[in-house]
Every structure is written in structure tokens, then in C-alpha cells.
Design a protein around this ligand. Structure first.
Ligand SMILES: NC(=O)c1ccc[n+]([C@@H]2O[C@H](COP(=O)([O-])OP(=O)(O)OC[C@H]3O[C@@H](n4cnc5c(N)ncnc54)[C@H](OP(=O)(O)O)[C@@H]3O)[C@@H](O)[C@H]2O)c1
Length: 304
């Protein structure tokens, strides 16, 4: 809006309703209520909740004629092999398993579904589509509580279990930086495929944890526990200890986004993202869908 655009938000009105009172909102479910969009035209659609290829295909067909261009928010999960470092937009993507159930919406099929969603958009908007593939997103209103886990953990104090190698790379992009870049990409009618991860300079897990400590201003001692021990105890990377990936999946945290940086993606300092997230957590007491993060008891056991 600050750039002089007119916006319409189409969502179910479930996630953070009332956040944008000045924006026109149409409330409906993309799976059954596309008709609510009829009779309107826009320059561009930015599809932020495409997880089901058939549904994304329906949206693309429905909006053909109503929008000039389609921006699809995909994911770096489209890539097939995360044992490979420095994946770029040309790296091999996942394919749908031959015996796969098309209705399988589990986390295991997330990446392959995103690939099919991109293709579904291109069936209608070939040459007029922009696919953005973000890595982990952060900032206020974060939807999974991954960064929040580490902020809360530092605030709780005591000995904090830190996973694996302190110098392992970590990629985190502030959703606000991603959003403002996408607006600029829409304005210049950019098309194609872009990874969107940050920061451009190497961030290590150690630096991330020290910055969390600094932001929450509580006394805590970081204790590194080896990857071998964590894996031997069955600790689940990413889904139990958020943002941690072991060596054999390191490519997940080393994705290249030179194309996006070349087109003006700018990342604010990590401390700003963490500070704003921490302030939001104090004000809003956010509730996430239940996450099976490492419990204090299990952490104490692993540290002992
Ligand atoms: N979060 C990350 O770290 C991350 C990383 C890589 C890629 N991505 C991608 O980025 C996009 C946004 O992620 P997110 O975590 O913010 O997603 P999200 O929680 O699914 O929400 C995105 C928005 O879509 C709306 N929405 C969800 N389901 C809808 C439906 N059936 N009909 C209409 N509106 C619907 C939600 O509002 P309502 O609930 O009010 O409908 C919300 O405003 C996704 O495509 C995701 O795959 C996210």
C-alpha cells in the first residue's frame, strides 16, 4: 500500500485476523470458494498457501484472465538431495513417487507437492509466473515457533543443549524482507524461479544462539552435544530440535540465492529479527500448533 498498490487479501480469516484493517479482505477457503473472486481483476496474484497441486491448478485456471501474472510461494523443499551443498535453481527437484497417493498431504510429500504446484501454475501461466523458493522464514508472527523455541529456551536459563557443530551454517530469512522483495519483483514484472534464503554472509548456529542469548537478556550456558550422540539417542533433526540439520542434510542450510541477491533481496541484521520476534512474543503470547520440540526432561538427560 505504501507503494501505491491496491490489495485484496483472500483467506479464511483464521490466521491473525484483524491484522490489516485497512486492506480489503475476502474471506473464503481456496479449496471451495474461488467463486468469491469472480468479477474482479488484478495485476498479480501472490499465492502464499499452495500445498495441493490440484487446488493450485484450479486457482491458476480460475484466475487466468483476472490476473496478468502469478507469483507462487514454493519452497527449497522442492530439491531432491540435501546432501549436496550449494543447491541452486537448476538443481534437480523431487518427483512424485510412482506409487504415491495423490491425496497424501503429509510432511513427507511436501517438497514433491510444491514441485507439482509450480508445474500446475505453469500449465496456465507459462512465461508469466514467478516461483519463489524460500528456506526457513522468521520474524514476528512466525508460524511454526522454530526461532521462538530458541528464544524461549535461552530465556528459561540454565544449561542449554546446542546441537552438533557450532560452526554449522544456518539460513534464516525475515519474512518481512522476503515480502518487500516480492513486492519489488512484482513491480518489475519479474518471472522465473528464485531461491530466497538469507543472509548472504555465512551465519553459524553458534552466532545464532549467542544472538538469541543477547536478545532475551537471561543467563544461560550453551553446551554443545555432538551430532553422533543426538542421532544415537533418536533426536529428530529439525522437527525436535528446530533449525538443526545433521551433516548429511547440510545442503538444506547452504542453499544458494545469488540470483535473488542480484535482484535486490536485502536481509536485515539477525539481531533485529530476533529482537522484534521476542517483543512480539512478549506482547502476543503466541500459540503454535503443537510442536514436539525437545522437552526439558529429555534435554536434561541428553546433557547428563
Ligand atoms: N514458514 C516457513 O518457514 C516457510 C518456508 C518455506 C516456504 N514457505 C511457504 O510460504 C508460504 C507461507 O507459509 P506460512 O507458513 O505462512 O503458511 P500458512 O500458515 O499456510 O498461511 C499462509 C496464509 O494463507 C492463508 N490460508 C491458508 N490456508 C488457506 C485456505 N485453505 N484458503 C485460503 N487461505 C488460506 C492463511 O490465512 P487463514 O488461515 O486465515 O486462511 C495465511 O494468511 C507457504 O506456501 C509455505 O509453503 C514457508
Amino acid at each position: 500500500m505504501a507503494h501505491g498498490h491496491q490489495l485484496t487479501l483472500f483467506n479464511r480469516g483464521k490466521t491473525c485476523p484483524f491484522l490489516f484493517p485497512a486492506v480489503e479482505e475476502i474471506h473464503g477457503d481456496r479449496y471451495q470458494d474461488l467463486y468469491l473472486l469472480s468479477g474482479k481483476v488484478w495485476d498479480v496474484v501472490i499465492d502464499t498457501c499452495g500445498y495441493h497441486p490440484a487446488a493450485v491448478g484450479r486457482s491458476a485456471h480460475y484466475l487466468n484472465g483476472a490476473v496478468e501474472r502469478y507469483i507462487f510461494i514454493s519452497s527449497i523443499s522442492v530439491y531432491r538431495d540435501f546432501s549436496v551443498p550449494r543447491l541452486n535453481e537448476y538443481s534437480e527437484t523431487r518427483s512424485w513417487p510412482e506409487d504415491g497417493n495423490p491425496q497424501d498431504m503429509s510432511a513427507d510429500t511436501y517438497g514433491a507437492r510444491k514441485v507439482l504446484c509450480e508445474l500446475a501454475v505453469d500449465e496456465v501461466f507459462a512465461g508469466r509466473s514467478l516461483h519463489i523458493r524460500p528456506g526457513a522464514l522468521a520474524g514476528p508472527y512466525e508460524s511454526f515457533g522454530r526461532v521462538a523455541y530458541w528464544l524461549q529456551r535461552m530465556a528459561r536459563g540454565g544449561q542449554v543443549l546446542a546441537p552438533g557443530d557450532p560452526r554449522q551454517p544456518l539460513q534464516l530469512l525475515d519474512a518481512r524482507d522476503l515480502a518487500s522483495w516480492i513486492v519489488r519483483m512484482a513491480e518489475c514484472k519479474q518471472t522465473g524461479i528464485f531461491n530466497a534464503v538469507g543472509p548472504p554472509k555465512l551465519l553459524t548456529f553458534e552466532e545464532f544462539l549467542y544472538t538469541c542469548q543477547k536478545v532475551v537478556k537471561a543467563g544461560s550456558a550453551i553446551k554443545w552435544v555432538s551430532e553422533q550422540r543426538l542421532l544415537a539417542e533418536g533426536v529428530r533433526p529439525w522437527t525436535e530440535l528446530p533449525l538443526w540439520v545433521p551433516e548429511f542434510l547440510r545442503g538444506l542450510q547452504e542453499v544458494r540465492a545469488q540470483k535473488a541477491f542480484g535482484q535486490g533481496l536485502i536481509c536485515r541484521p539477525l539481531e533485529m529479527t530476533l529482537q522484534d520476534t521476542w517483543e512480539w512474543m512478549q506482547e502476543a503470547t503466541p500459540v503454535w500448533p503443537e510442536q514436539p520440540w525437545l522437552t526439558p526432561e529429555r534435554e536434561a538427560f541428553l546433557l547428563s
